[in-house]
Design a protein around this ligand. Sequence first.
Ligand code: ADP
Length: 676
Amino acid sequence: MIRSDKDILAVLTSSLEACAIYDSLELHIAYASANMLQLWNCDKNVIGHPLENCLHASDLPSYIGQLKKTWHTGKSHSDKNVLVKIYHEGQLGLHACNLTYHPLINESGETYGIYHTISIIPDNRLHFQQTDEKKIIERRLLQDLLTQKYNPVNSVHGNTILNRYHTTTNKRAEDINEKLKDALKKIIESEEHYHFALQSAEMGTWNLNCKSYIVHWDERTRELFGFAKGESVPYDEVLKYIHPEDRNRIDHEVKKSLNNQNKGLYDVQFRTIGAEDQKLRWLHCKGRMYFDQDQQPEWFAGTTLDITSHYAEQEKLESINNLIAKKDQEFRMIVEAAGIGIFSIDLETKKMELNDRCRELFGFEQQANIQEHDFFAQILPQYRDKIRHIFMEVVLKQSPFDCQCEIEDKKTEKIKWLRAIGNSQLGVDSRHQMIYGAIIDTTHDKEEERKKLDFISIASHELKTPLTSLIAYIQLLLSKEQTLSSDKRIQYLHQSNEQATRMRAMIDGFLNVSQLNEGKLLLHKSTFSICSLIDYVRNIYSLKPVKHFIHYTGKVHSSQEIVADRDKIEQVIINFMDNAIKYSPKNSTINMHVEVDHTYFHVQVNDQGRGIGIKDQTQIFNKFYRVNDSTDSYASGFGIGLFICQEIIHKHLGEIGVNSELGEGSTFWFKVPIHT
Ligand code: ADP
């Protein structure tokens, strides 16, 4: 089936032949190509008039008789190499021509027109042969077009006479004739348009003889394939100039058309590489297959259009799209990595969109459809009104929001603190008001904040005790200055000194933490004897009024040295020892064991105290962490000692840990390299 007038006119306009269509026995001219008008020396005004009336009596051509005969017989006829009186290059004369007469037959077998061609025999025989082949295709296309256009009219009205010049009372026939006239007019008009369009679109035409496998093409198609010359090229040769990546596909498509697998229609886009200029071009080829009476493929014809620039645009667009997709992906990755949940609420439909992280924060299933009420259901009741109010304000004032609230994780039922930041605006592809927001989990920050507050209250409380004692001793000394014995005075002064030293130790601890927070923990390394360090520690505990049995085990050679920050390693051992004393009962045993191997200095402090549960063991090295033990008598502390120990040991590239069981006592240990 011919898809449009353009299909046929693509071939007609590239024809070298003069052609005309007559639609009555009187040879009324329905269509005449520009070349035909030249041969007649007439202009377009002749259209609609009988041929005999148009030409000068002396110029009347000899073929009028044959035209009338063709109308009557309904049989095609051709005259080869006959002399015809025509105008050629402005001169009337007899010229050797080939003529064809093709009746246009309707479904009832009646003639309703004649398609007539004249071609002056050129010198170049090869060319002539090709135009002959083209002529056959043109005729078929034209026949197709006219049959398709007018037959339905005939079948509807059952009318076989289409000649509008016949005097008839049959109104229907007149209507049909009018339609015929219009249709032919349209063809003629569109020929001009199409010719113009073809040129301005730089479209080429081609056809493949399915018997000889020779491709004939016009100059434009040849140019698009990058061929220097040759109007006829074997099909295999043509394939060579198709880009290697497209070649098989195109060959396959052609074969499909030849086998009538795609209803004879062919519509492909592919690349060619210019034979001479090596230029890469993108072509769009459309075509169709014509079959002979035995349904064997006869001709394969169509058009070629250069779409390189279109592809370049498309590629540009694609690369922009890829860039956007990449940026989008990057953004998503950043959002994912930062653990940010993203959500939107359509305030009209109440539907919510959430990214994976947001679903995870709320404990929603990944695939579940989430509505606004599901979201509010997870917010703890005391915050719901506040959040609703914030959302309302955001929409009214179109200003951003930043709020915090507690929610319950739907899956784990854990309470979390979340912070949401966002804004309200119209949806990208809807007219609905939307709320967009980003959510982060602030549970940890809140916990830290709480710990800090606890710390401040504990620290103030702890400092207050020695300070009160200190003030009491000073007041005592002042008020009883005259009466106090020198022994008592010295005793009070010692006790004041002890309280002040306790306070200083506490304040040192706070300072250590703030130094650690700022990353300012600096090591002052030196080479020192391990034995001297152990002796020093033993000395401290021999002087302290301790109610425990302290043992020292392990052996270290007296010449054994270590490169480390002596004060800080000492601080860690003392912290272990003080804790062992603090968290184990009176009269129990504490054992400090030391060892040195090739690489490490090992220290273990074991006690018979209350022990530490597995869960707490993982946390006691965290800042401000204290085991919550309500059964025991209160042991003062801030939960920063072990945190500082861990920092010191890690700074020395060592390891630190605890082995413990509840009720069975604990063993705190560390090891540091002896040479760093
Ligand atoms: P502090 O002792 O000042 O609270 P630490 O950081 O030294 O701070 O210790 C953290 C917590 O670890 C303590 O509060 C205590 O609960 C636990 N802990 C430390 N040493 C022992 C020990 N030897 N036996 C039992 N619990 C201990």
